[in-house]
Design a protein around this ligand. Sequence first.
Ligand SMILES: C=C(O[C@@H]1C=C(C(=O)O)C=C[C@H]1O)C(=O)O
Length: 362
Amino acid sequence: MSEQEQLRSIRERIDGIDRELMRLISERAGCAQTVAQIKRAGGSGDDFYRPEREAQVLRQVKDANPGPLDGETLARLFREIMSACLALEAPLKVAFLGPEGTYTHAAVLKHFGQDVQLAPMASLGEVFRDVEAGSCPYGVVPIENSTEGVVNHTLDLFVQSPLHVCGEILLRIHHHLLSRETTLGTVRRVYAHQQALAQCRRWLDANLPQAERVALSSNAEAAQRASQEAGAAAIAGDTAEALYDLTGLKRNIEDHPDNTTRFLVIGRQAVIPPSGVDKTSVLVSTSNRPGALHRLLTPLAHNDVSMSRIESRPSRCVNWEYVYFLDIEGHSEDPKVKQALAGLRQESELFRILGAYPRAVL
Ligand SMILES: C=C(O[C@@H]1C=C(C(=O)O)C=C[C@H]1O)C(=O)O
């Protein structure tokens, strides 16, 4: 067979597979519509999103992946199929720290897929308020970065808010130097969010020591300025690069190659049913007595429950008193975790389960 004949034959096979895929995806979408009818009849209101079920579907895809695509890639494709199916049941609107082009925007798309409705907000406080008021059922906020640490403002907002954590998103952060300029030599000013400036500090010191660094409220705003100003560059990611039509003067300038930001999905739903691989976040406080923190954490050790994170913040009520944010492996309804939480509750003055939710799959 000639090369042309071989290609024609294999492309006919691909066409056949695509028709079959189309039929199967449409059949799947029809099932999602039936699910919507059942949920409506059961009085679920308009919130059809089920984080635990979506996490299970994505995990099954990764576990059963026959190759040659890697599990992550296959799961991303299924992420988009589910996003389209959910949009058919009822459109899902998500508030996030805007404007469009921020890393939080990228996190929203990674977690909810392209069919989500975007509601960009001007500040973290507005994201919380919008979800509290019910304008959006869910919101997405940054909580910590592997290089720069915790986002204190988000933690403080949780203390005041009745909202819960419904999910987490891990996003590898790649920073690019974007500009209208074509060489580093003509860049006199670099705009970025203060976190991005910090995450690229060493690269900037080595490659643009003379350029002025200007912190702005978001990387997207930085990209917008760089697109309008001669001699300016911005540090931002892929989403901003495409949106503001800038060229990447230098790509991946983050000082740590595994630079990752963790985001939380916030919502009004108190506890998400167990997905099988979950986390629980709690907010506790204790009096300022010797051994208080030790006593607080003892129930976790006694019940063999791992804590993956602890952060402290000033209580803002009494000087030198602190509230603690704990992330625990497992779901608040798992027997071991339930017992550990009961012990923790007894030892603490303030105790609130912020949420139990699926661990990030993608
Ligand atoms: C179809 C459902 O509704 C939504 C869509 C899902 C999907 O397409 O697989 C999964 C969970 C829900 O967010 C369901 O609850 O099963």
